[in-house]
Design a protein around this ligand. Structure first.
Ligand code: ADP
Ligand code: MG
Length: 238
């Protein structure tokens, strides 16, 4: 389960309407990428879905249930932050366990989920290390592990690879893609990087100034961009 529907969702900060009312449905299991230039509202939209910001108007449905007034912890979604959001004084095991401890999950179940996530992310040998003793890619995997153990109905990624170097970024893209194939859980991935969008997405949502310019598969956007903004952004001629 992991269908997310936005109905006439808008967001104002003071008098500035950064997201005019928009409609969007993300299907269960889909890998959706929000792409657009810096400041176009990608993070805001993700934070509205996560419940980290209140929407100004409209409603958000998760698997058909109105989640508009639900706090983040009730929505069953997991936000993956950049790796520097790890707790430096805690081991990898404790970092991954943290959200489960907060949720009051018993120790045996915590251990089971940690082993499973560590195996899926190649972290089994690193569980007793601290973040400072890991490479950038390993730290990013721990951040993902911390989301996986919550068994969310969707993962929300906000430019998770932006502080990694180019080579590592390519590797992590592939790993996240493989994780999606294995879990088949809904993923929403925010980036300003066209290549990331084109290579990772089942469906791309192109944003400009809080407005959805086009939604489609990478191939649809490439072949039939709706306007010159989309064409320019995706890098195909029109
Ligand atoms: P993106 O992630 O696409 O770079 P953001 O969602 O961070 O864009 O920001 C969209 C717009 O909303 C920007 O103009 C930004 O300055 C504004 N904004 C974001 N968060 C806040 C906030 N908490 N208060 C006021 N303005 C904000
Ligand atoms: Mg952002």
């Amino acid at each position: 389960m992991g269908q997310i529907t936005l109905q006439k969702v808008s967001k104002k900060f003071g008098n500035a309407e950064v997201i005019p009312p928009l409609d969007l449905t993300i299907e269960d299991g889909e890998f959706t990428v929000f792409v657009g230039p810096s400041g176009c509202g990608k993070s805001t939209l993700l934070r509205l879905i996560a419940g980290l910001e209140d929407i100004t108007s409209g409603s958000i449905l998760i698997d058909g249930t109105d989640a508009t007034d639900q706090p983040p912890a009730k929505r069953g979604l997991a936000m993956v932050f950049q790796s520097y959001a790890l707790y430096p004084h805690m081991t990898v095991r404790k970092n991954i366990a943290f959200p489960m401890r907060m949720a009051g999950i018993d120790q045996a179940e915590q251990d089971r989920r940690i082993e499973q996530a560590a195996a899926a992310l190649n972290l089994t040998d690193y569980l007793d290390r601290r973040p400072g003793q890991l490479s950038g890619g390993q730290r990013q995997r721990v951040a993902i592990g911390r989301a996986i153990v919550r068994e969310p109905s969707a993962f929300l990624f906000d430019e998770p690879l932006s502080n990694l170097d180019a080579a590592l970024r390519v590797g992590m893209r592939l790993e996240i893609g493989e994780l999606h194939k294995r879990l088949r859980t809904t993923m929403i991935y925010v980036t300003h990087d066209q290549v990331e969008a084109m290579t990772m997405a089942d469906k791309i949502v192109v944003l400009r100034a809080g407005v959805i310019e086009q939604v489609g598969t990478p191939l649809e956007l490439y072949r039939t961009p709706r306007n010159t903004f989309v064409a320019g952004f995706i890098g195909s001629p029109k």
